[in-house]
Design a protein around this ligand. Structure first.
Ligand code: GDP
Length: 183
């Protein structure tokens, strides 16, 4: 018996989605979390992409399946099937582009229209390494998250700051909700 984790060996499978404006860093956050790599160039391809990572919570093995828009958001072509069955969402903006923060409300609206009602949503302000070009204060992100009842974190996919924490926060929260329901 090997120790590798196959599908049938996990206790839970959670679908989660990445959402937010184009070029905020979604695919780099995902590859950081899934493979610990950072890509300097974006490769906007069409069609959904996703990655898996197994996480141990207590004595349970959770397989997180994380979907990426793979560039479709720039055509506003994300369909309801993207959100279907998702238990968590990471809503990303770029702290150096105010407009991407202003669009958070639009993405929230879409998530709430198509998504699961008790979906765990983590608001993420990415590119925190670019201190000199900051256009959104951390306090703005935090207040919005408080107002909308979301978790909040600033990250840098480039410098691998808080990336692991942001994903783990989302997955752990989903785990708490799901295991509560199964009691
Ligand atoms: P997506 O369209 O939201 O998936 O964004 P990408 O992951 O393709 O990233 C868009 C661009 O931002 C790329 O050129 C990345 O190299 C860059 N980028 C992503 N995350 C960071 C970050 O944390 N810091 C910096 N400085 N650049 C980043």
């Amino acid at each position: 018996m090997g120790s590798s984790l196959h599908d049938e060996e996990c206790d839970y499978l959670f679908k989660t989605v990445l959402i937010g404006d184009s070029a905020v860093g979604k695919s780099n956050l995902l590859s950081r979390f899934a493979k610990d790599e950072f890509h300097l160039d974006s490769k906007p391809t069409i069609g959904v992409e996703f990655a898996y990572r197994n996480i141990k919570i207590g004595d349970k093995i959770v397989k997180a399946q994380i979907w990426d828009t793979a560039g479709q958001e720039r055509f506003r072509a994300i369909t309801s099937s993207y959100y279907r069955g998702a238990l968590g969402a990471m809503l990303v903006y770029d702290i150096t582009r105010r407009g991407t923060f202003e669009n958070v409300k639009k993405w929230l609206h879409e998530l709430r229209e198509y998504g699961n009602r008790d979906m765990v949503i983590v608001l993420v302000g990415n590119k925190s390494d670019l201190v000199d070009s900051r256009e959104v204060d951390a306090e703005d992100g935090r207040s919005l998250a408080q107002l909308e009842d979301l978790c909040f974190m600033e990250t840098s996919a480039k410098e691998n700051l808080n990336v692991e924490d942001a994903f783990l926060q989302m997955i752990t929260k989903i785990f708490e909700i799901v295991s509560q329901k199964n009691l």
